[in-house]
Design a protein around this ligand. Structure first.
Ligand code: FAD
Length: 285
């Protein structure tokens, strides 16, 4: 099913993100978590893709399992920074063979020690390429706090408009911890003529290492309320997990009440956390 059609119902979608296991672990190591996550019946589940193209086969296998075995709609991520057009075609063809027709078209980040490829520079070029090939519904990524490499806020939003004009039917946001940042970003999108649904990326933070890593990678700002919680419970794993879940639920309730198109939960393959949040908000959706 075309995911962008799901927004027509005018209610907030709850979707999940999962990632394939590291190269050193067998693919089966995520199947237990996957089964539990699917049993929560999210609107769809997205599956990440290694920027080096190394995890492409696993992305396809996991997304195929979600769709064909668990009958949950899926979207496979695909990156282009380290891929040739022929390699992208190969991944798209295997998505098709596995009945996957929604893709999240991404540039990806350069991977150290991987020879850079030059067929694509930006996600909008990949979007255009996939659109031209046909047979896929395409989504794109967006950054409420501005992409770290962007020259400034205005050029970032104008670049996002190019991606939407190239064929992105909806957008999924980078994680954020302050909803006001997301609402302001949505307004900038509308002012720039970007009128596709924007899903809010929510990351339930359940351990301190995770938050430090994510923030250093994506540059999300930490509101004082959030930092106080992290600092107070950093040495109490159970309390930190519960407080992280409560914080994410609070964000979700506010987003739903404000009519957000969707909430994309970065599950980190953790069904316990996803279940707690789903249970807390499902009656509101
Ligand atoms: P782009 O849209 O190409 O933007 C990248 C930068 O280039 C921005 O600063 C933008 O302003 C600028 N730009 C864009 N177009 C132009 C132009 N025409 N001229 C000049 N500048 C331009 N990474 C992975 O490796 N695998 C994943 O599975 C994955 N999943 C993700 C899912 C989500 C929801 C998000 C938000 C990110 C994900 N990422 C993933 C990370 C992503 O690959 C990186 O953030 C990457 O740096 C940018 O990708 P993009 O598709 O947003 O790039």
């Amino acid at each position: 099913m075309k995911i962008s059609d799901m927004y027509k119902e005018d209610k907030t979608l709850l979707s999940f993100e999962v990632f394939p296991p590291k190269k050193t672990s067998p693919i089966e190591s995520v199947y237990g978590a996957l089964k539990e996550l699917c049993s929560l019946k999210p609107a769809y589940i997205s599956v990440t893709y290694g920027a080096g193209g190394t995890a492409a086969d696993n992305t396809c296998a996991i997304a195929g399992r979600i769709k064909n075995d668990y009958k949950i709609e899926t979207i496979a991520h695909i990156t282009c920074v380290n891929s040739t057009k022929a390699e992208v075609e190969r991944s798209l063809d295997s998505f098709k063979e596995n009945n996957i027709d929604n893709v999240l078209a991404l540039r990806g980040d350069r991977v150290p020690d991987v020879e850079p490829k030059t067929d694509f520079e930006y996600a909008s070029e990949l979007t255009e390429f996939i659109k031209k090939k046909g047979g896929f519904h395409i989504a794109g990524a967006c950054y409420p706090e501005v992409h770290p490499e962007a020259k400034d806020e205005i050029s970032d939003i104008l670049n996002l408009k190019k991606k939407v004009d190239a064929g992105a039917e909806f957008l999924i946001s980078q994680l954020f911890f302050d909803n006001k940042i997301f609402y302001d970003f949505e307004k900038r999108c509308r002012l720039a003529g970007i009128d596709v649904p924007v899903e809010a990326g929510i990351m339930p933070v359940v351990n301190k290492k995770q938050i430090q890593r994510m923030v250093s990678l994506c540059g999300a700002s930490l509101p004082a309320k959030f930092s106080r919680i992290m600092n107070r419970y950093e040495h109490n794993p159970e309390a930190l997990r519960d407080a992280g879940i409560a914080y994410a639920v609070d964000q979700c309730v506010d987003l739903i009440a404000n009519g957000a198109s969707g909430i994309h939960l970065y599950t980190m393959n953790n069904p316990y956390v996803a279940r707690k949040i789903t249970d807390a908000v499902s009656s509101l959706l």
